[in-house]
Design a protein around this ligand. Sequence first.
Ligand code: HSE
Length: 404
Amino acid sequence: MAKIAVMGYGTVGSGVVEVLRENGDLIAERCGQTIEVKKVLDLRDFPGDPVQEIVVHDINEIVNDDEISVVCETMGGVGIATKFVSMCLEAGKSVVTSNKAMVAANGTKLLQLAQKNNVRFLFEASVGGGIPIIRNLRTCLTADHIQKIFGIVNGTTNYMLTKMYDEGADYAAVLKEAQDKGFAEADPSEDVEGWDACRKLAILSSIVSGKFVNFENIHTEGITKVTPEDMAYAKEMGCMIRLVGQSVIQEDQIHAMVAPMMFDQEHALSGVNMEFNAIFLTSDMLGDTMFYGQGAGKLPTASAVVSDVIEAVVSPGAVKRSVWTQEEMPVADFGAENRRFFARVSGDEALADELGTVLGSLKVLRAPRIAGEFGIVTGKLAEETMAACVANHPEIISVIRMAD
Ligand code: HSE
């Protein structure tokens, strides 16, 4: 029998216990042994809960327990989580986690620590909720150069944008719904400001490039400025608006960004609605592949955590292949990136000629008719050109990037 511990009995941690209880027989068959949750670490007590007898409040109760071979970190946050995970790895225990903030910030160090102590450090649940993307990148897509990642990797914002687009739902009301359903981070600004997606994109880009991609270097915008008017223009153009993480991987640098983007309703990602996520990859031999599934929520995320527990129980020793090295992968200058932009402009269409002299040829959108404004779509131009135009033209109300 393998004995494990769970650190953090919140949405995901309690889901881990539930998955192991519900599917215990099946998991035992697949592991060749049963898995028992021996201890749950949390600041709180849980009277009446099935785990009430095994709750501990001191990390040393786990670290010094030689029977515990695998620890699930589902606390969230960076500082204390990293400290506790490091203690577990140093004590010779494998650690699995759903904590993308910790992996993006300190994954390099924790991977090395796991290697040094001949244990596993696994984080399937840190990207795409229940979607098996990381293990596929690590074990299946290994014969290819992956050239591009284009993905919806935040369930909360996808849920919100779907409801805003389909139903005209109110921003604050749909955020509250996403929180009530257990999709959002403890601090939902992580979701709506794009930081959660940024960290996930950095993790995927690090795995694909084999070098550490620092999330702090990725240009990130959230969905807080997306308005019903933007949605109306998108509909007229036959487009969706979704929060997208995009990374183009070259040998010596990556081009990365997280931002709301408009893309055609024919695009493969256009059917990705509600809390679902999808990661669309382009690689040199295989071509296009897409991974799709529940990107947030208690049981989908817990399913991915438990899959890592099973992996750590079945193959406990460190694997030889590195996930990524500590060498940092440069992120290309964002200002020089070229793309098309949609913008809302206040005033009458005469202004389009003036904008055209700065931005080049423009398509002027005559629908939907919103009083006192019109829309434009630019040709491809540099981010810095568009930013300068916005700075010099207060008539530009908002800008959304167009996907290729
Ligand atoms: N808050 C995250 C999301 C949870 O909405 O995608 C899953 O990582």
